[in-house]
Design a protein around this ligand. Structure first.
Ligand SMILES: [Zn+2]
Length: 310
């Protein structure tokens, strides 16, 4: 089977033929149809975090495909089912096939496999983050970073009934945010997001999706009294400045939110099947994986890239 493999953290990925896994008890073999490219994959491939993946490895955690074989003991899915393989526990691969356990989620028939892939990570992660933010009708919520995650986060905040301020450094992304329902947009290159958001009275919650500590600090300073800051992005630079005095006096809550549960993912798929969300993506081929990494690193992609493995 074909796969994009990371052999070391400094070199480009190589496209290789790797052995197709054998099915084992509690595992399934999935013929991958689509796989979304998440910024997290790029950080993993570059070994950017304090905890590094074991080499060699096959990145990717937004795989969607058809169950080809089920191992003994598997009862939740059967051959021919379309499933998503979210990042709920263990690394998986951008490859044609994948073996896995009971962590997959069935993709409803009404959900296109190219749209299901981003929902499996970007969707479920931001859906959970919006839940953690406590966003309610009449709240104002800031989404810092409009892209694969942000374009979905703002839709979930709208579904929760909140008004949304979208913050990014790229006008095209802010245009997309407006189309998807953002009430206000702020280009952080042209104006100070903190000033702009304070003019709106501050936000009840801010969700940090941009991979830069500076954006986390701006998100903190744009909060109202009693506001909640939700950490989601994992920047290579691991630290930010946090003023203790203002955090205490303003009763600020800071929470970390990682991916979501299978139940969250089922809800994400249900909302999408009901036509309540839009997934914005462009198709790429696996052979172009290194160029795709560059496109994301240079912020040239409006939302998500999805590899066509069919
Ligand atoms: Zn991801």
């Amino acid at each position: 089977m074909k796969a994009a493999v990371v052999h070391d953290f400094k070199s480009p990925l190589s496209i290789e033929d790797v052995a197709k896994p054998e099915v084992a008890p509690d595992q399934i073999i999935v013929k991958i149809e689509t796989s979304g490219l998440c910024h997290t994959d790029i950080h993993a491939a570059h070994g950017d975090w304090p905890v590094k993946p074991h080499l060699p490895f096959i990145p990717g955690h937004e795989g969607v495909g058809i169950v080809e074989q089920v191992g003994p003991g598997v009862t939740v899915v059967k051959e021919g089912d379309r499933v998503a393989i979210p990042w709920l526990g263990y690394a998986c691969g951008t490859c044609e096939y994948r073996a896995f356990g009971r962590y997959v989620a069935k993709v409803p028939a009404k959900v296109d496999p190219f749209e299901a892939a981003p929902l499996a990570c970007a969707g479920v992660t931001t859906y959970k983050a919006v839940k953690m933010s406590g966003a309610r009708p009449s709240d104002l919520v800031a989404i810092f970073g409009i892209g694969g995650l942000g374009h979905l986060a703002l839709q979930y905040a709208k579904i929760a009934g909140a008004s949304v301020v979208a913050v990014d450094l790229v006008d095209e992304k802010l245009e997309l945010a407006k189309k998807l329902g953002a009430d206000y947009t702020v280009n952080g290159r042209k104006e100070d997001p903190v000033e702009a958001i304070k003019k709106l009275g501050g936000v009840d919650a801010a969700i940090s999706l941009a991979v830069a500590p500076k954006a986390f600090e701006q998100a903190f300073r744009s909060l109202r009294r009693g506001g909640t800051l939700v950490f989601v992005a994992l920047p290579a630079d691991n630290y930010m400045q946090l003023p203790i005095f203002e955090t205490v006096l303003n009763g600020i809550k800071i929470v970390g939110s990682i991916v979501g549960t299978r139940l969250d993912l089922a809800e994400v798929f249900e909302l999408h099947a009901d036509g309540k969300t839009q997934v914005i993506y462009e198709k790429r081929h696996l052979e172009d994986v290194n160029h795709a990494f560059e496109e994301i690193e240079k912020a040239q992609v409006a939302a998500r890239l999805v590899f066509d493995m069919m």
